[in-house]
Write a protein that binds this ligand. Sequence first.
Ligand code: AKG
Ligand code: FE2
Length: 300
Amino acid sequence: MSQTLPTQLSPIYANTPLDIGEVEGRVIELHDPDLYRKRATIQAIPGGLAAITDQHIALYRECGFLAINDVFTPAKVQAGIAGIEHLVMGRNPSFKGVQFEALARERLVDMALDERLDYVRKLMWFVDFDERLHALAYAPDLIGLLTQLLSDAPLMFQDMALIKPPRIGREKPWHQDKAYFNLDPRESVVGCWVALDEATVDNGCMHLLPEMPLQPLAHFQRRDWQVCDSEILGKTCVAAPLKPGGVLLFDGLLVHGTPHNTSGMRRRAVQFHYRSNHYAPLAESDRLAFFGGEGKGAQC
Ligand SMILES: O=C(O)CCC(=O)C(=O)O
Ligand SMILES: [Fe+2]
């Protein structure tokens, strides 16, 4: 099966905001490339968690993120990838948490198991199904740093593996993670995004908007549950490429997104969310009172 982008897609992708294109004959929603184009690309802090000082922690408090390379060894990264492949290929029949790219869903029955790897969008709730992935989420030095960032013992409450297959890996539009969680917004939340493949601007590394306030912002159901594109256009974002084993730690209120994977490289990452444990859970309606753009009468 061809993995190349049909030539008719390139002009659509380059010129047309929020258009619909085709990949391999399937309809796919594209985003305005300007949403990610005005950017400063940072170099992650080298040397792993041992390199993190009080100055870095102060930087996290100020900007809402820390990008650190060399956190997990190549062996740990390979083990994580093997864990993901094991689950995607259905080797653990009790695990049901694999989601495929919509454009591939109806063809899955015809695909060999290893071919499916190129169509996975995400896996969820896997740490209790694979100890290699569990080990990433609970690495003692990571828990140590999270304890400092949260000023509390971290409670891991969501695990996901996020995959952007070559060419077809869709955008994750700009958003705040807390807009997805039924948690009191005062609860401290740190997201930990671990690159298993090299994450680059072209294959959809994390892009962050530290200039936007770390406060609940209006979200709208558009390409996804997201901040309105018009709030983003014109702002300068920060792209955070990472080496395999690199980690991005970011505040649950930091606005971030990832562009479409336009490259031929797969982009696999795992993401864990940790929180402090001070407040009662929030009802869905209360979350929408904080983050629901439509309910606030905001325009998008
Ligand atoms: O890995 C990505 O592409 C972004 C994922 C993300 O921000 C999320 O799931 O909240
Ligand atoms: Fe996110």
